[in-house]
Ligand binder design. Structure first.
Ligand code: GLP
Length: 235
């Protein structure tokens, strides 16, 4: 486990983006596992800037996103497909056919099977970017009684619903379920890059990295990954 402590959000974003830059430079056909949430936005800004400056090429990259809200179409502004289009895919030369986000409108069980086959078909993930939820969730792997291995549908916990409600307009119905990659595919990634920013994440990050490995804190399983890099900012 390698822990990089950046001073603030901007430095955290640049440091983490540099690691993705190195990954894509050394292996142009990398399979990148990508995440949403507010934390990675600065990373995507850096990558888009470096692409615009001619220093980075996404032409051969494949991306596999962690999760999507059930019931949201790709065109819905709060869907994670829309998020990725806005923050990264629409700003770089990635081949749209090589970008993958679970389909929120699909039948969840069939979509889970399709997504696991897709990950396997890509030969697995070279580098997986992760944020962490306030309750220690990863993707939408919520606290529970076991670690779910494969892609699956989850009921969102109260804490996640409250944390993510800020992205939805007042009065707008927020999805209560999501489809997420399981801990199995995440743990099989060659490298994991976990980013967390802000003092309110310090407690859960400490529990995840230094406490017991338990499904009650899904991120705690990352302790067992042989190539885990954590970049924090403002902690
Ligand atoms: C969502 C996403 C997670 C993300 C988490 C934290 O629930 N499914 O992948 O890590 O939010 O988000 P934020 O970075 O906004 O705190």
């Amino acid at each position: 486990m390698k822990l990089i402590r950046a001073r603030d959000y901007g430095e955290m974003s640049r440091r983490a983006a540099n690691l993705i830059f190195a990954q894509v430079t050394l292996k142009p056909d990398s399979v990148l596992g990508l995440a949403t949430g507010s934390t990675p936005i600065g990373i995507y800004d850096c990558l888009a800037d470096w692409f615009a400056g001619g220093d980075l090429d996404f032409g051969e990259v494949t991306t596999i996103n962690l999760d999507e809200y059930c019931g949201l179409a790709p065109t819905h502004p709060q869907s994670y497909r829309y998020f990725m289009q806005t923050h990264l895919f629409g700003r770089v030369n990635i081949n749209p056919a090589r970008t993958n986000v679970p389909l929120g409108m699909a039948e969840p069980e069939a979509e889970s099977t399709r997504y696991d086959a897709l990950i396997a078909g890509c030969g697995g993930i070279d580098m997986q970017l992760l944020g962490i939820g306030h309750n220690g969730h990863i993707g939408f792997n919520e606290p529970g009684s076991s670690f779910e291995r494969g892609t699956h549908c989850v009921e969102l916990s109260q804490s996640t619903l409250e944390a993510n409600a800020r992205f939805f307009k007042e009065g707008e119905e927020m999805p209560r379920a999501a489809i997420t990659m399981g801990m199995g595919a995440i743990m099989q990634a060659g490298k994991i890059l976990l980013v967390a920013s802000g003092k309110e994440k310090a407690g859960i990050l400490d529990k995840a990295l230094n406490g017991p490995v338990t499904p009650e804190i899904p991120a705690s399983l990352l302790q067992l990954h042989p190539n885990l890099i954590i970049v924090t900012g403002d902690m």
